[in-house]
Design a protein around this ligand. Structure first.
Ligand code: DQA
Length: 143
């Protein structure tokens, strides 16, 4: 089983950005965490991170016919991007949305997620562990 992990804008700044909210661990730490979690679940993972909406859409389209599942943290684009939601719907690849923080308990403008409407499940507030939970959701689907 192949899963593409897409991380959106500013997630490459983990460890530096607002550590009181996102913690001190870096994007590289996140990749290492996911690789380990995926390895123990027998899942092959590839990674894509971009600060640009169009590049994220291109990555989703390029995944068509190539991966079994997508895990996406669209970051702030969750709250704004109908285009990313449309791309996820277009390819029809089972996708799970992850947010490190619980966006429902943060600023009101983070409460809505357009992209989650295109995902089978949304996991939030679990930090890095949320990506493991998302992998497990996809493993269950293909079991
Ligand atoms: C985030 C939550 C978003 O609201 C925010 O814009 C992010 C990170 C999270 O993982 O908690 O950049 O997606």
């Amino acid at each position: 089983m192949n899963v593409l992990i897409i991380n959106g804008p500013n997630l490459n700044m983990l460890g530096i950005r607002e550590p009181e909210i996102y913690g001190l661990k870096s994007y590289s730490d996140l990749i290492a965490f996911i690789e380990k979690a995926a390895g123990s679940l027998g899942v092959a993972v590839s990674f894509f991170q971009s600060n640009c909406e169009g590049e994220m859409i291109d990555a989703i389209q390029a995944a068509y016919g190539k991966v079994d599942g997508i895990i996406i943290n669209p970051a702030a684009y969750a709250h704004t991007s109908i285009a990313i939601a449309d791309a996820l719907k277009a390819v029809g690849i089972p996708a799970v949305e992850v947010h490190l923080t619980d966006t429902h308990t943060r600023e009101p403008y983070r409460h809505n997620s357009f992209t989650s409407e295109a995902c089978i499940e949304t996991i939030m507030g679990e930090g890095f562990e949320g990506y493991r939970s998302a992998l497990k959701v996809l493993v269950e689907i293909f079991a």
